[in-house]
Design a protein around this ligand. Structure first.
Ligand SMILES: [Mn+2]
Length: 316
């Protein structure tokens, strides 16, 4: 018997995969196969057949062919209008991680819980729900955060599969032991990229103390230090940047400081107006030139400044 476990290639997806592998192995004693999945090939995903006698899809868009599906992403059912089966499909966008959803469903519906995975689940929930502190992020001393950072390098499938195996076999012990070598060198490399991009950010970013708005323009190495605006400028309320993501591709990103959120302005709504999207505190817009990006940043900056001086209730 072969058990195919398809999972989103991030920390939450990895812990989800280990949880299900642990349960499925106990139940069927079959051989476990891990398949990491990345966003960006939805069309292909829906048409591709899944491998395994029993298949699980975790922390990823719905697939009709899956024996079981667990997810918490609001957008995961956008392409599917059919019915869900309560016995096999577990979808709850109110959960801050897929791991916590699986943890609860396994216990409540299948009568199974392995406490040796409790810490990993807890970390998946902290990381996916962005429940860490700025200090935790900057220092990056926790094993779980180090593993998470190692995933920010262009991770290959082999690494993801090996990590899923390590999580499955060692469970919480992986958080107590030394970092496995395959994780360690990636972590150190990512940490170095992080240091370099932080230096760049410090030189480039502009802070307006009157409004608390930080603006910047960087290449995609900014993603190694997304927290830089709030670390370098602790009084930052909003950060607005243009990121050169690929050769001729640019992206406007707008964030309210996630470590001191007021929720006064609906950023997702503002970005949607420009053809982008997002949530209350974060948003993004794809644009085709730097000039267009800078123009939009200027307009949104003015919008935020305006909303900040208006009394409550009149904001965007
Ligand atoms: Mn997730």
């Amino acid at each position: 018997m072969e058990i195919g476990i398809y999972f989103h290639r991030d920390f939450d997806g990895l812990v989800s995969a280990a949880l299900i592998a642990d349960y499925a192995y106990e139940r069927w004693k079959g051989s476990i196969r891990f398949y990491p999945l990345s966003h960006g090939y939805k069309e292909k995903w829906l048409k591709s057949p899944l491998r395994g006698d029993i298949t699980y899809v975790l922390d990823f868009a719905f697939h009709e062919g899956a024996s079981f599906w667990f997810d918490h992403h609001q957008t995961s059912l956008e392409h599917y209008l059919g019915p869900l089966n309560k016995e096999r499909h577990f979808f709850d966008p109110s959960k801050s991680s897929c791991a916590i959803l699986i943890w609860e469903v396994l216990y409540e519906r299948f009568g199974y819980r392995n406490l040796n995975l409790e810490k990993l689940v807890n970390w998946a929930d902290i990381i996916d729900g962005a429940k860490f502190s700025l200090k935790d992020l900057v220092e990056c001393k926790e094993r779980a955060l180090q593993i998470h950072l190692s995933l920010s390098l262009e991770a290959d499938n082999a690494y993801l599969i090996e990590l899923a195996r390590l999580f499955f076999h060692y469970k919480d012990a992986i958080l107590r032991s030394n970092l496995p070598y395959i994780v360690e060198w990636r972590f150190k490399k990512a940490r170095e990229y992080q240091r370099q991009s932080l230096e760049k950010f410090k030189k480039i970013a502009k802070f307006d103390p009157k409004t608390g708005i930080v603006t910047f323009f960087m290449s995609r190495d900014f993603f190694y230090c997304r927290w830089a605006p709030y670390y370098v400028f602790p009084d930052c309320k909003y950060s607005l940047g243009v990121i050169n993501t690929e050769n001729e591709r640019y992206m406007v990103i707008v964030n309210e400081n996630p470590f001191s959120r007021s929720g006064k302005i609906n950023i997702g709504k503002i970005c949607a107006h420009y053809g982008g999207g997002g949530h209350l505190g974060v948003g993004g817009i794809n644009v085709s030139s730097l000039e267009e990006g800078q123009r939009i940043v200027g307009e949104i900056k003015a919008l935020i400044e305006n909303a900040l001086i208006k009394p409550k209730g009149e904001c965007a």
